[in-house]
Ligand binder design. Sequence first.
Ligand code: 0A1
Ligand code: ZN
Length: 850
Amino acid sequence: MKDAAPQETIHLSEYTPFGFLIDAVHLTFDLSPNATRVKSRIDFRPNPDATDSTFFLHGEKLTLIEARIDGTPVTPDITDTGLTCTVPDAPFTWEAEVEIDPANNTALEGLYMSGGMYCTQCEAEGFRKITYYPDRPDVMATFTVRINSNMPVLLSNGNPAGEGDGWAEWHDPWPKPAYLFALVAGHLVNHPDHFTTASGREVTLNIWVREGDAHKCAFGMEALKRSMTWDEEVYGREYDLDVFNIVAVDDFNMGAMENKGLNIFNSAAVLASPETATDGNFERIEAIIAHEYFHNWTGNRITCRDWFQLCLKEGLTVFRDAQFTADMRSAPVKRIGDVIDLRARQFPEDQGPLSHPVRPDRYQEINNFYTATVYEKGAEVISMLKRLVGDDAYKNALDLYFDRHDGQACTIEDWLQVFEDATERDLTQFKRWYTQSGTPHLTVAEDWADGTYTLTFTQSTPPDANQSDKLPQVLPIAVGLLSPNGDETVPTTLLEMTEATQSFTFDGLSSRPVPSILRDFSAPVVLDRESSASEQAFLLAHDTDPFTRWDAGRNLARDTLIAMVTEGAAPQGAYLDGLAAVLRDTSLDPAYRALILALPSASELAQALDARGTVPDPDAIHDAQETLRQTLAEKLQDALPGLYAAHQVDGPYSPDAASAGHRSLANAVLSLITRLDSGAQAQTQFDGADNMTQQLAAFGCLLQAKRGEDAIAAFYDQWQADRLVIDKWFSMQVIFAAPDAAASTAAALTRHPDFDVKNPNRFRATLGGLAMNHAGFHRADGSGYALLADWLITLDDLNPQTTARMCAAFQTWARYDEGRKAHARAQMERILAKPDLSRDTSEMITRILK
Ligand code: 0A1
Ligand code: ZN
């Protein structure tokens, strides 16, 4: 866990294949909380494609009991990171026995214990904490695993290969890298089902959970079956084992993990019941189940050659799960949600000190690169590729990818090559999306003469630490033109921009059009277009593309708020009128109307101010948001009760998209009503709620109205036995705290008996909640920074991975005023000065401070 500085940087350019191939791996686990024994038997042979024949096996925190080669005991040279040993120049069998301590593994990597059960997390480099092994994704092998334990449920990858009293054996016929290894042992109950694949294979499906959670599995199981059908229908991909197991664990660093045939999920990413999970939770669970299942082909059957290629599996799998959600629910609502998320998480990363290419070319700790850039921008890059080549060519390229690379560990070059071969396109310039960091900015100039309308685009990407000179990218820019009466005169047209500056003309128009640019958010860029409030209002009223229509409303809201912050202006009439019209338009999907009603977040506004050269003042932003919400509530006063009533959903709760859309609009309206009635309606909804969506929305309103005291107590009394609901109780109090109370509220909650520093969900709910309270975290007195730093320092010894991820809260520090900057810097320096700081945290803070 702890490495001494200076730290080693690993470079993509230094890749070399491992000197040996593995035919088969046999593992035997004798489970015991503090002294688990792991015996390995591995058949190695020299790799004819390798030049370096050093026999190095990774291994960390292992006690070697004995090692043999072809049955003869050997004494390897052991360091903190692994072992080397002299080996024959011919095939040989390596055997080792090691001892590990799962009960004290709080880092949650390798084999660890959670709530009395054993489980594993091996991506990216956790297998080396289980036994000595070439722990790199290009070494693929079949695994046979025997588990000896008196736990009733014993699981590993692949198909069952035998069981008896106190043991079980599993065999995975598909060669895989060690990061996909998994083992689970515990007192678990099963939610079983089955699926017949298109070719007739019968698959047993199981979701394994703790006893009290059995009633929370049905939705996840339905989502799994829908994912399996979708992947067959849309990508022609079938499942390839006799059984697919999902296990829910309470202590998990991430959302879930795609281990072959044995997906392990953070319980928050799979367990749901109407009473305990919100609409948002249901949608997220559906997406994560799909994501992990889709990895079976994009990740497992075709894996990554090395960790620099992480986007090969993650960008593609995020793109696939987004397609799935768009098909299951509303495509425009999904797209808008993804853009909100991209702008909130990926843009700050790409425009700040943590910026890195979608395919990074160096790292110290790979766990620090499971980022919004690799995942979400990686998915945007695939979306652009599909838009450029067209749907049919995309399908041909994917078929070729699966045909050509099944069973291999691949690179981005392999991926682009299948597109070049399938489409005969030269993707040399397109590849810059993988190698060049930063968000391109796009400016637009217009010209109108004699019926010809010309759009001239200029792209530029600011220099950063990765490249000082950014080259032009290939930008697919989807554009439509509207006539002044609101009709669409030119339907969506894809412009392909490749130059730094490039013009596109539209002829034969009878009047000067209003352009609708970047429809469906066709490229992940910042569109810097000066446009009047009246033009934005026109697009908000008339645009036929749901994304650009929504974005016009968003721009109006942003510009209004910025004028309020910087000039003390009053809220703009164009925005208020446009919004009122959309709200009244019952032809629009309620979920879409709810999205239009939402204001840009405080951090998005801080980012926009910074981009305009203004130092953002978090308190002024907070005040402007509050004022605008109050103004909206007053302006819409007459419409609100009717809207609230019209979108109540009768009958038993169902998480389907249509019902969820009604609830999201009604709850957005409730939040405005709360500003007029001091929370009376919210209290009624809270008291009468029969599902978590309604209860939590009302709870938020009561906290916002500062009349949450009774609700806080009542909510806790009702839900104290449910860890996932209590996570919400922790986070809501911090997120909705007034700016001057956020840090003290979070600090008080860390002293609550239910706070558990070792549980990542609870830690994130509390301290991550603080980071989400913009004005509370960026408090001028530095109290927000100090509290987070205190807890990151405490967590670093226990769980470096989660500590490092949460350091990203500081990534925007340099955009604030001198006083805040000094506080932030002091806290980061305090973290860096901690003795034995983990490699993970040290890399993050060092990059952020640069
Ligand atoms: N591959 C998983 C995410 C994941 C990554 C790392 C983990 O631990 C270090 C755990 C999960 C996914 O994309 O879902
Ligand atoms: Zn993934």
